[in-house]
Design a protein around this ligand. Sequence first.
Ligand SMILES: Cc1ncc(COP(=O)(O)O)c(C=O)c1O
Length: 450
Amino acid sequence: MKTSALSKLGQRTEAPPISWLMQLTLEHPQLISLAAGFTDNESLPVAETRELLNEILGSPKGRRSALQYGTTAGDPHLRRLTADRLLKLDSAGGTSFSASARKISDRALDVRLAPRLIPGAARKFYSPERMLITSGSQQLLYMLTECLCDPGDIVLVEDPTYFVYLGIVQSHGFCCRGIRLEADGIDLSHLEQTLEALRRRGELKRVKMLYLVSYSQNPTGITTSFVKKAAALATLKRFERAAGHPIYLLEDAAYRELRFAGHDVASALAAEGADERVVYTGTYSKPFATGVRVGFGILPKPLLTVVLRVKANHDFGTSNLLQQLLRHALASCRYERHLTELRRRYARKAATMTRAMREHFPADVRWQEPEGGLYVWARCPKPVKSGVHSRLFQSALRHDVLYVPGELCYGNDPTRRKPNGEMRISFGGVTETDIRAGITRLGATLRELL
Ligand SMILES: Cc1ncc(COP(=O)(O)O)c(C=O)c1O
C-alpha cells in the first residue's frame, strides 16, 4: 500500500522533543538530566495526599461522588476556590514594576492602578461560571488553540517560548511569529511591528491569538510586568478591526505560584477589556503534584462554550477524585503549607545552581538569576552553538549531562533565523548534589569547547 491511512494531522505531527529527551534519560541511567521540567521529587506531598484521600473516602457524603463521573466544567467547589484564589492574587498583585516598564509612562500610569480596582469593578470576571477544570493545563492549551485556529493561521508567541506548546502549533499546521523578549516581557514595539507587517500583507485575518507564558517563563524565567500585559492587550485590540475578528491574549500562568523572590504581578485578567479577550490558564501540577495533573482556566463566555463542547468530546470531565483531592488540599490549608515549603526548596536549589554556574562556567556564559519557576536560561558566547547536532550538546552527552537546546524553544517563524546558542537548565527535579555535579560536568564541557 502506497498511501497512508493517517489523517493530515497524523502525518504532520513530528516526534515531540520531550519524548526523545525522556528517552535519552532512560537509555543513559548515569546521565544527570538538567533538561526535564520535573518538580522536586523529595517534597512531593505523599503524606498529605494519603491523609486527604482518607478524608475523602472516609466521608459518607463525599466518598461515592468522588469515585463517580463529574461534570465537563469541573467540580463547582474547586472552581469557586480557584476563582477566589485568583481574585485574591490579582487584588494583591500588580505593584512590581521594572525600570523599563515604567518607561511606558503615561499609558502605564492608568493600568498600574487597575489591580486595586478589582474588588469593586471586575469581580465578576473571576467567577466560577467563567472557569473550567482540565486534565492538566496542557489539555486546555491544546483545546483552546484548536478552537481558535485553522491550518495556516498564525499564533504570536514569545521568542523563545514553551516548546511543548510549539508542538501543538506544528502538529496542527499553524504558523508562528516570534515576539522578542525583554527583561520584563515581550518587546511591545516588536509586537506592533509584527502586527503592522501582517496588516500590510493582508495576513492579519490569520492572527487569532498571542500566547504569553507570563510568570517565571519556561524557558527564560522572565516575568511579564502587568503594564506590558495591559499594553499588549490594547495593541491586539487596535488591530482587531483590520483582522475582522477578536484577537485573544492567552496568558499561561503555569509557574505563577512558584515565585520565591520579588513580588507577584497581577494577571492580564485585571487589565481593561480583559473579560472579552483574556484567557487565563493555570495549573495545580507544579505547585502541588505533577502526577495529579489538574489544570484550570478562566475564559470569555463565548470561547468557554466552545471549549466545553470540545472537552466533552475529549473526556467529558477531569478525574473527579483528583479534583476532590485538590479541593480538600486547598480548603484545608495543606496546599498553602506545601507551597511555602516548595518555594523555600526551589529558592535553595536555584541558588545552588547559579552558585555552581559562577564557579564552573566560563565567564562569558550569561544568565539571569531566577526569581521563580524551575529554569535558568544560559546564553553561550558566539560562536558556540548549543543545538541538538552541536558539538556542545554531543559532548555534554558524553559527559553524562543533558540540557534542553535553546533552539527547540523557538517556533518556525519564517521572518528570522532560530538562535542556536542557548540552553535551558532546570533545577526542579534534580537533587542539590546532582545540580552541583551536573553543572560541573556542563562547565567542563563548555570549557573544553571555548
Ligand atoms: C509553560 C507551561 N505551561 C503549561 C504546562 C503544562 O502543565 P500541566 O499540564 O501539568 O498543567 C507546562 C508544563 O511543563 C509548562 O511548562
